[in-house]
Structures are given as C-alpha cells and as structure tokens.
Design a protein around this ligand. Structure first.
Ligand code: SF4
Length: 618
C-alpha cells in the first residue's frame, strides 16, 4: 500500500509516512521490515516495558491478496521475556482487514497515560478511550469494541488481563483465539496502555502482475488442498500427537522421559475428531483448514469454540502428565481469554510441578494447591493465577528462567528455555537439527523460526546447498540445515505467509511469487540473501542487547539422554553444531557477523557489535 502509520501514544498523535521502496525490496515486509525499523529506531539497551520500546504491527506484500494463507500479520518489538529481538506471527483475518485500510504497518511508540484503543478504517486512524474495556478478557472485549464502533465485521487485535498486568508470557490475541504468541508482546502492549487495534478496511490489494499472480495463487491453493487435505484438515496439527511419540519428538513430564504413548493417543487428533470435534475452521483464504472447532456438552468443561492445536495439547497435556483432553481444551480457552502463550504457560507449569515434586515449591508456596503431576484442578487454577498475576502465578508468569532463579537450589537444571524462551514441543534429542536451531534461534528456542527437521524427513533444497536427506541423528550438516531453515522462514514471515503453506517451498518458487506480487524480480539467490540479511540484522540487534556465544546453548535437561522412547540414549553435540552454524553463516567463532558478511548483505550501516554506526539508505 506504500505507507505506514506512526502512532505516538505519549502525544496522542498519529501520522502517515511513506514506505521506502529500497527498504521494502531488501526486507520484503512483515518480520523483515520490522527488523530494519527496530534496528534503526530502538537502541538495544531500551527497557522493553518502557515508552521507548516500540511495537510494530506489519503485513507483507502477499497480505490481502488472493494467495492462500496470507491473512496473517507480524508483531515486532524488543521482548520483555528474553530481552532480545522478537517477532511473533498471528493468523485469522486481522492482517487482511488491516492492510485493506490502506497501510502496510503501524509503528506504535510512547505510552498512553490512560487505556486507549486504535480504530482504523480506509485511510483513517483515531485513538479512542478504552477505560471501560480495560479488564475485559481478550474474547469478550472483541464483541464490546465491535458494538462500540458499530461494525460487526471489524477485526480486533487485543490483549487480555495478562497483557494489562504485563505478565511476560502474554500475547496479542485476535479474532477467534488467534495469537501472536511468544515472547511477551502482550506485556509491551499493556505497558503502553493500548488495549486493542480495531480494523475494517475495504480497499482492494492488487499484485503488480495481477493475472499471472492470480493464476499462481489458484494453482497453489489447489495444490495445498490436495496434498494436505487428508491429514491437516481432518486431524489438524493435533495429528502430531498420534504419531510423534514414535520418534520421541513429543515432550513428556517436563522433558524428563521420551515416551507416553497412551497419553499422546488420548490427546491426539484422531481422538479429538472422534469425540468433541464439530468442524474445521480456517484463517481467511486458507484451503488447509487446520483449525479445530470443538463442543463439549457434558461434565465440568462444557464449552464451544476453537480447540487446542498440537503445541497446546503437548504443553498442557503430555508435559504435565495430563491425558484429559477436555481439560486441555478448557486450559486453552483460559489462555485465549487471559491472552497467554500456551507454550510458555504450559511449560512453566510443568517446571512448577517438577519443583513441587522435588520439594522446591511447597503446598503453602502454591497457595494450597497440590501440584502433583496430572492434577487437572491445580493446572487450571495455576493458569488463572498466571493470567491474573497473583500468588505463585506472579512468579511463574515471568517465565521459567526468572522463576528458577527466584526459587533457587537446583531449579535452573530443569528450567527448559533458551535465552529465556521456553522450548516448544519438538524434542531436539529426536531430530538433532532442532538443537542448533533452538540454540541460535533469533528469538530464542523456536520452531517457527526454522524447522530444519524437514530436511531430516526428506525435503531437499539444492538451490540452498541441501542436496540429500539428512539422518536425524547425524553429527554433521546440522549447522547448514538450521541456517537455511531460519533464512527461509524469515522470508515467509516477511511475505507474510503461513509456514504450513510455505515451509516446503523452494527458493526459486518463493522468488517467482515475490516477483509477480511486487513487480521487482527476485531470483532464488535474492530470496536466500534476503532471509540471511534479516537473520544477521536480528543477530546484531540481540548482540547489542547483551547476548554472547555463551547463550547459544541448550538447557541441561535437553542434554540428558532418555532411557525409553524413539530417541533413547541420543544427545546432540550442540557445541559442534553451533561451530558449524557460525562457519556457514560467515560469523566469527564468537558468533558475531564479520564485516565481510555485512558488506555482502548490504548491511554496511551496521557494525558487528550490534550498534548502528551510520545511517543506512533511509
Ligand atoms: S494452515 Fe492453519 S494456521 Fe495456517 S493459514 Fe491455514 S488455517 Fe491458518
């Protein structure tokens, strides 16, 4: 759309500015564009919860086009959970209706002294009072706001009570339980007293080569529907629980054991389909339809709404030795309402249960709760306490790293995180490439910023140097696998397209899509270089925030071999993998991008220490 909105909440001022065409070409949009804006505008020492931090809401060149899975948006900021770079992506339809207002993104800066929300229609934005909305949960408030603006079709991105309380596990929520989940962007929004951004755009978004692009979009949609219909549509991401226990990919009991087959099957996609599933749902324009709609008609957890996906089922299920599917659905709904990241919340509760078992947290500390493994009542109450920032929840809501430091003793030995980010539900002992991917991930441990295990499951990418299927326990080759996966996902998060559609795409295919939509030619190498540029600039930002090579590691628990399951006795050699990774990235042995690498990537304006030394092309 060629323009950005800048919203200064301290001054109550809204301005428009043009999107720089050179920056747009080099950084594409979404997370890539956010990387450049954050690097240029936010000094690395900034307190993430201060008015000086910025919160960006960005779309990409594919958003609101006819290309499938592109109703998404990206939130970028400095994370209050990790203290480093953060981008988080969400689906639904908010990105679509925001871009159709005529803007590519919003830069939110400063902080309001009273709750406000931002209301954006075609070429128009205004701040409104949100005093009566503050305190409402992230689902209920959407109806309240739609009523207030008189537009039932408007789309709302909002925080729940957790974000208001600046709980570090809080998300930005939108539409029906969608979340820009990880890293605490909700707390940044809460610190700015910005309750919501409501959008209702009607403009048409056109591709540069409209007819050719439409044809490509149609072909891609048909391909996605055909290839993925059977699995993702029928069983959703929950299908990973039906089979993931075979390889040992599913985390169990705070990562302490390699298998819980019975639990996995009771929580899996097939059982959900056979019991509580009432339909499949989709983000706007997506033929894959991985979203679950569930109805529970009896018992203590009666509800109807969005169902949990794989990560939530693992984190509130197998990680807690809880095989009660309906209770996991209830926990998911609680997290949606408070605005909590289910991965970090479930993982933190698992940590608390192990601390309780070891006597590091007592029943008194837990406010009378019995935190024994699988105690559903305690799991749900602890979720409420985290969401409301009360009691033990106020400690756990800071994430496992800070909670372990506060609890002391040997708690850090079983606090599973990388750089403060709780690890998602894919065990790096089962697919070794995930080890270096977690250790070096731009926002901490993450499966959405690279899933190199696809190269251990058969995908090859000759244009990027991945020419053979890697063995999942191979010692060598994991550094390159992680680099390519991270670079490619960075481009997908910049376009902005769902990784379920884009993860298997070859660089030349991505280049063809970008060329048709933007009118600027992108080769396969342009695509790979763009991804590499983003990851390098994110690295420089985080180096400036204080991380060093000693942070590029896995937590001790993930380096202990398990004695049963599909990864029995296996432990990745992370130090070797990280060395490989630095080498293929062209970084020094200390994990710092070299001047030669910066020059190659058009990043001469950035010094290797993570600080800007001269103004870039802007
Ligand atoms: S695959 Fe699932 S998450 Fe991705 S766009 Fe489609 S419905 Fe949304």
């Amino acid at each position: 759309m060629g323009k950005l909105l800048r919203v200064n909440l301290s001054q109550g001022k809204i301005t428009e500015e043009p999107l720089d065409a050179d920056i747009a070409r080099d950084y594409i949009g979404g997370a890539g564009l956010g990387t450049r804006i954050m690097f240029d505008e936010v000094p690395p020492a900034t307190d993430p919860l201060s008015p000086e931090n910025k919160l960006l809401f960005l779309t990409g060149p594919l958003t609101a086009t006819t290309f499938p899975t592109t109703a998404r948006y990206e939130v970028c900021t400095k994370s209050p959970l990790t203290g480093i770079w953060l981008d988080a992506s969400s689906s639904g339809q908010w990105g679509h209706f925001f871009k159709r207002t005529g803007y590519d993104g919003i830069i939110v800066e400063g902080a309001s002294d009273k709750p406000v929300y931002l209301w954006i229609t075609d070429d128009h934005a205004e701040l409104r009072d949100a005093s009566t909305l503050w305190g409402q949960d992230a689902l209920a408030v959407q109806d309240s706001i739609k009523q207030e603006v008189g537009e039932s079709k408007a789309s709302v991105a909002t925080i729940g009570q957790a974000g208001e309380q600046q709980v570090l596990l809080s998300c930005v929520m939108n539409d029906d339980g969608r979340a820009a989940g990880r890293g605490g962007a909700g707390a940044v929004m809460g610190s700015k007293k910005l309750k919501a951004i409501v959008v209702n755009g009607t403009k048409r978004v056109k591709a540069a080569s409209d007819d050719a692009f439409r044809n490509l979009a149609r072909q891609t949609a048909a391909g996605l529907a055909g290839a993925l219909q059977a699995g993702m549509t029928r069983y959703g991401t929950a299908q990973a629980l039906d089979t993931g226990w075979i390889t040992g990919d599913v985390p169990v009991k705070n990562w302490s054991t390699g298998i819980w087959k019975e639990g996995g099957i009771k929580l899996g996609g097939k059982r959900m389909a056979d019991t509580i599933l009432v339909g499949q749902d989709a983000c706007l324009g997506c033929p894959i339809r991985c979203t679950r709609r569930i109805r529970i008609e009896q018992g203590p957890y009666q509800m109807e709404g969005p169902g949990p996906e794989y990560e939530t089922l693992a984190m509130f299920g197998t990680m807690l030795m809880n095989d009660n599917l309906e209770a996991v659905c209830w926990a998911n709904d609680l997290c949606n309402r408070y605005g909590l990241d289910t991965i970090s919340a479930g993982s933190t509760i698992a940590f608390a249960m192990e601390a309780y078992e070891r006597g590091l947290i007592t029943k008194t500390d837990a406010g009378g709760l019995d935190l024994s493994w699988g105690n559903v009542d305690a799991i749900l109450e602890l979720t409420r306490l985290i969401g409301e920032n009360r009691g033990l929840g106020a400690v756990l809501g800071q994430g496992v790293k800070r909670a372990a430091e506060k609890i002391g003793g040997d708690a850090p030995a079983f606090a599973v995180h990388v750089k403060g980010m709780e690890v998602p539900a894919h065990d790096p002992r089962a697919f070794f490439s995930m080890a270096v991917n977690y250790a070096t991930g731009p926002r901490g441990a993450c499966h959405l910023h690279g899933m190199p295990s696809i190269f251990e499951q058969g995908l090859v990418m000759p244009e990027a140097g991945i020419t053979y299927k890697q063995g999942r326990f191979d010692r060598d080759g994991k550094g390159l696998a992680a680099k390519i996966a991270q670079d490619m996902v960075s481009v997908l998060n910049s376009m902005v397209v769902c990784i379920f559609a884009g993860m298997g795409m070859q660089p030349s295919h991505v280049g063809a899509i970008l060329s048709l939509v933007t009118g600027t030619p992108y080769t396969a190498q342009d695509v790979l270089r763009a991804g590499e540029r983003m990851v390098n600039l994110q690295r420089l930002f985080s180096l400036g925030c204080g991380i060093t090579t000693s942070d590029d590691k896995l937590p001790p628990r993930l380096l202990e071999p398990t004695t049963e399951g599909g990864q029995t006795g296996k432990v990745p050699d992370v130090a070797h993998q990280v060395k490989e990774y630095y080498e293929v990235r062209g970084w020094t042995p200390q994990g710092v991008p070299t001047d030669a690498k910066l020059k190659e990537l058009n990043l001469e304006f950035a010094s290797a220490g993570g600080r800007k030394v001269k103004k870039g092309r802007r």
